[in-house]
Design a protein. Structure first.
Length: 671
């Protein structure tokens, strides 16, 4: 069939078409040199979307400039009966067309690019640069944080609004301009390091990839509509043929059946798209799961459905939701399947994609499924959020008349992937497995409270400690309890003199401090301790709170951590010497005893900490420790003396104590 150029132009001027529909029109006109196409392309070259403008301008230059090598064959100027299919393929390769279009624009002396600078381009790209330049006038009084946030805001804005192939060059340009501004001392307190630039590029790539993929996935739903158009055109051809009365009646019957079929498919597609829109707008995990199961059972006619969550941290798969009256719900609810076990669920969790019963039979021949987990299935599909599989949908039984065609597969996969993003954005996948399994019985307030608890402790304690806290959140109310704990203090020796010697390079001082803190924090968390706070170049940690195994075990864990930190900091000291920097080391002090542990502050802002004489004594001991020394109190020594090697140390006279403190220097821990 020929392209109706007047109809295309009319639809652009009289109807409000979305960006996906405009891209489809551009794809149809990609290689058309008919002068009637020029009018439509010129209209699109003034579109409000910068991406549409660039693509339309590229086609204008390619098809209608003097550089073209004569007219194209007639076959390229008009469509055929397969035009709908070609349009679908072109949608899938839209990114490549846009990239090619962008290259053509850049070659035309920047004329088309200048035309694309409209209000939206100014708002998302130019305005942040103007703000950066204005702030630069007040540098270095303006903190570097504001420059960083403006660059980050620019990158996020561009990445959300434009496709990946436009967002990345703009981000790279922003990074280059930031280097230029820094080089000319315009923003002297904001240094664009290689790490920072790579971070900006990674953020741009991540966000723009997600938004581009989501647009592509949603645009793929148009494939079904295009298939319907092909069927309609075939029906028109049948009507145009001259047949006898019997053949015409037969064709009319066939036409009626096809029309009913098309109507049913169109209705089903509309219902699915409406439900998907509702699913995306949900922010609660239980509602997303209920909506997903409803789409699969009501709109797509899958009779029995189970939804499984893949916990990548614990490497298990477990059920999260079931369709109404699921006959195997009780048995499935007891299953926690390790990912290394071979089952239909874990096979899809490892592979991704959608698999039918016959596909799974072939997989089972290669790697027989475990007899321990007997799982029925008609088809299984992975829920993929980007490059991460967050869940699996298993259909155990389908309704009568259900047919898993390629069209239905595409709809199921689209629904599964959109649901995966919705679940990920809801944030509940960060909760514990126990919370997820009981999420319908957990109030909104309790869920928010658990998220708040996790945000407080996530960077300072081990995952096991967090899990215990999540199961008993009442223990974190404002106030505290008396507990026997071991207090750990560490301080960088020579920090003051290093700061004075490097007064003109404070960023290097901060880098050194952070290297020591990072090394110490990792070891403390690995040994089950809790990092209480960072006090400049010093660090305070607690062993035995908020979770305690045993006072003696906590004390031994604290001393073991101190010995490991001493070894690691010695290596850091050697690295600093090799780098030509000031060599520093740490001194460590520990004390075991009773302290008040809990939340200190106000209802609006509070910190988890320890208070008491035990804390003060530990701090005093640490203040007397020399570089590379680990000093412990007699109280700590009495708990673990059979597990460590020590050497004598003179008693310490410290502020606030009438009698000298008896301390010991730890040589090593007996394995």
């Amino acid at each position: 069939m020929s392209i109706d150029f007047e109809k295309l132009y009319s639809s652009l001027t009289t109807e409000k078409l979305n960006e996906t529909q405009k891209r489809a029109i551009l794809n149809d006109l990609a290689d058309i040199t008919d002068e009637r196409a020029k009018k439509t392309l010129e209209l699109l070259s003034h579109d409000k979307s910068t991406a549409i403008k660039l693509l339309a301008s590229s086609y204008l230059k390619k098809n209608f400039s003097g550089d073209t090598a004569g007219p194209r064959p007639a076959s390229s100027q008009s469509g055929s009966s397969g035009a709908g299919f070609a349009r679908t393929v072109q949608q899938d390769t839209g990114s490549a067309d846009l990239q090619s279009g962008k290259g053509s624009v850049l070659k035309s002396n920047g004329i088309e690019l200048i035309k694309s600078i409209d209000a939206e381009f100014f708002k998302s790209v130019i305005a942040p640069f103007i703000a950066i330049i204005i702030l630069g006038l007040f540098s270095p009084q303006v903190p570097a944080f504001f420059f960083f946030m403006l660059y980050l805001g620019l990158i996020i804005s561009v990445s959300l609004f434009y496709d990946r192939h436009i967002a990345l060059p703009v981000t790279a340009t922003a990074c280059v301009l930031s280097m230029i501004l820094y080089a000319v001392n315009f923003t002297v307190n904001f240094r664009p390091t290689i790490l920072l630039i790579l971070t900006f590029l990674a953020v741009s790539y991540f966000i723009s990839s997600i938004t581009t993929d989501l647009r592509d996935k949603l645009s793929n739903s148009k494939t079904v509509v295009d298939d319907f158009k092909i069927q309609i055109m075939q029906l028109k051809k049948l009507i145009d043929k001259k047949k006898d009365t019997a053949e015409i009646e037969k064709d009319m019957d066939e036409l009626s059946k096809l029309k009913l079929n098309l109507t049913a498919k169109s209705r089903k597609l509309n219902e699915v798209l409406i439900q998907i829109h509702e699913l995306i707008s949900n922010q609660k995990t239980d509602e997303i799961i209920d909506r997903l199961i409803k789409i699969l059972t009501k709109q797509l006619e899958a009779k029995t459905i189970s939804l499984w969550i893949y916990d990548s941290k614990s490497q298990i798969v477990y059920p999260m939701g079931f369709s109404d009256k699921h006959p195997l719900a009780q048995r499935y609810s007891q299953m926690n399947i390790p990912i290394e076990y071979s089952t239909p669920i874990t096979a899809v969790a490892n592979r991704g994609g959608i698999y039918t019963k016959s596909d799974l039979a072939k997989i089972s021949q290669e790697d027989p499924f475990s007899n321990e987990f007997e799982i029925k299935t008609e088809f299984v599909v992975a829920m993929n959020a980007g490059n991460k599989i967050v869940g699996i949908i298993n259909c155990e039984e389908v309704s009568e008349g259900f047919e898993l065609t390629e069209e239905v597969k595409r709809l199921i996969k689209l629904t599964a992937d959109v649901s995966a993003w919705a679940l990920k954005n809801a944030g509940d996948l960060e909760l514990s497995k126990k919370d997820l399994q009981n999420i319908k019985n957990v109030s909104e307030k309790e869920r928010e409270e658990k998220k708040k608890i996790r945000s407080i402790f996530d960077k300072f304690v081990s995952p096991k400690v967090i899990e215990n806290i999540m199961n008993n959140p009442d223990a974190l109310a404002l106030g505290g309890k008396r507990r026997n704990v071991t207090l750990f203090f560490a301080d960088i020796r020579g920090f003051t003199s290093m700061s004075e010697a490097m007064a003109d390079r404070p960023e290097i001082v901060l880098e050194i401090v952070n290297r020591f803190h990072s090394a110490m924090t990792d070891i403390i968390i690995a040994k089950g301790g809790t990092v209480d706070k960072y006090i400049g170049d010093a660090l305070m940690a607690i062993f035995g709170a908020p979770v305690s195994n045993d006072v003696a075990k906590d004390a031994l864990a604290a001393v073991s951590a101190a010995v490991l930190i001493r070894e690691e900091c010695t290596k850091l000291r050697e690295q600093l010497i090799a780098e030509g920097k000031t060599a520093v080391n740490v001194g460590i002090g520990l004390n075991t005893g009773e302290a008040v542990i809990g939340m200190v502050g106000s209802t609006k802002m509070m910190n988890y900490t320890a208070i008491g004489d035990t804390v003060n004594t530990a701090a005093r001991i640490e203040s007397k420790a020399g570089p590379g020394e680990v000093l412990i109190s007699k109280a700590t020594y009495n708990y673990i003396k059979s597990s460590i090697n020590i050497k004598e140390h003179e008693a310490l006279v410290v502020k606030g104590k009438k009698e000298p403190l008896e301390v010991f220097e730890v040589v090593d821990v007996i394995s």
